[in-house]
Design a binder for this molecule. Structure first.
Ligand SMILES: [Zn+2]
Length: 205
């Protein structure tokens, strides 16, 4: 199910944004009681454990927000709050087509124009036939005309250049990407508020 790969924002115990994860992982953490769902309703927010969230999910939601299992349906969380870890272990961003497009912001790395994902290809800067590798440093988004123009030539041979040097993205830049989408959905004020007002745990002596 496509929906299970949607992104969920992950907050730590201090309500700081620490990661994004898939809906699949969020539900797993919820089920294991390692996390709660955070829901914003009007100006208030609520947290739900697994059972509460499941019960809450039985009411009236659009199908796009719901996952059905054999015995019950469950609403897709947008934000979860970790209960057990202070910090999420830093992750490596997976080397996938989707993530390369994300890193390159759907922009051809040769001509610098933005395209719809379906109008872009992946291009090996040094082609495989000339010893190039499948790596973050050697694979970029390219539009079809630039792709054809370059062929298997090197940049120098083709007289072309990259608009920026391709690198492995830091996972934080991917959190930011997801956070921007949440901000558009009106979560920003809420997250700021939570960030400044959550009660900090004191070190007891
Ligand atoms: Zn191009």
């Amino acid at each position: 199910m496509e929906i299970l790969s949607n992104e969920v924002l992950v907050l730590n115990k201090l309500w700081q944004v620490v990661d994004v994860c898939s809906v699949r992982r969020a539900l797993c953490l919820l089920y294991l009681r390692h996390a709660q769902v955070v829901l914003k309703e009007g100006g208030s927010f609520y947290t739900f454990g697994f059972e509460d969230w499941r019960d809450f999910s039985q009411d009236h939601f659009q199908d796009s927000e719901i996952i059905r299992t054999i015995t019950y349906k469950i609403r897709i969380p947008r934000v979860i709050l970790l209960l057990i870890y202070d910090r999420f272990p830093p992750r490596r961003v997976k080397f996938t087509r989707k993530n390369i497009y994300k890193r390159d912001e759907n922009t051809c790395q040769y001509c610098g124009k933005k395209f719809k994902p379906q109008d872009l290809n992946l291009d090996h800067v040094v082609s495989l036939s000339r010893g190039g590798k499948d790596s973050w440093e050697n694979v970029v988004c390219s539009c079809v005309p630039c792709n054809l123009r370059k062929g298997s030539r090197t940049l120098a041979e083709a007289g072309m250049s990259l608009i920026r040097t391709p690198k492995r993205p830091h996972w934080r830049s991917f959190v930011k990407y997801s956070l921007d989408a949440m901000i558009e959905d009106g979560w920003k004020d809420f997250l700021d508020l939570a960030y400044w007002n959550v009660e900090l745990e004191q070190n007891e002596k």
